[in-house]
Design a protein around this ligand. Sequence first.
Ligand code: GLP
Length: 243
Amino acid sequence: MKVIIAEDYTKQCSIAADIFEEIIRAKPDCCLGLATGSSPVGMYQELARRCREEGLDFSRVHSVNLDEYVGLEPTHDQSYRYFMDTNLFDHINIDKCNTYVAKGTGDVEANLREFNDVLASSEIDIQLLGVGGDGHIGFNEPGDSLYDHAHLEVLDESTIDANARFFASRDDVPRYAVTMGVGDIMRAKRLLLIINGNKEDAASQLLLGDRITPRCPVTLMKIHPDATVLIDRALADKIGYKG
Ligand code: GLP
């Protein structure tokens, strides 16, 4: 696992954008695995700038997203489809028909079949990841075991607490999500994690501990053949990681 310490969030975003740009320029019809949450927002802004000002071309790029809340329409301002449209897709020259965010409303089983079909026919060149405070990736919550494929996940109370800041009240946070399984994530050719903020526990387990455990799903990154962790200096210092 490669670890890069970035001086601050701006630098973290530009390094992440460099990694994505390199892949897009080398393979214009690549498939990007995308993520939501606050961690990737700055990187998406930087990719949009490079598209606008430097001609970074997304016209043949495909994308698949990690997850979606169950119960939110794609037009809901906290749905992950809406997040992707407003934070990235509306600002680059991607064909939205080539972007996939699982459906959160309607027949859950049918939605999961469709999600798994999309994943089975996609070869993800790079999967972007953030991490929950409890170590979850996508919405794969810690537990005795983890899922291989896309499935329905019951969100942990700590995840609901963490995500409540985006909703009018905690009661409005969905209790379920559909998410790629950890197997789907591990099958991506490359993984890139952006980690900063109050993620001390997950960062320590990933960078200082020797355990690979379903109790902290992000630790699976340790056994991926091409994984990069992009951590900011503040968090690296907080956990005493020297590189
Ligand atoms: C949500 C998403 C995760 C994301 C996590 C952390 O739970 N499902 O994919 O990594 O939030 O978000 P943030 O980057 O805002 O800390």
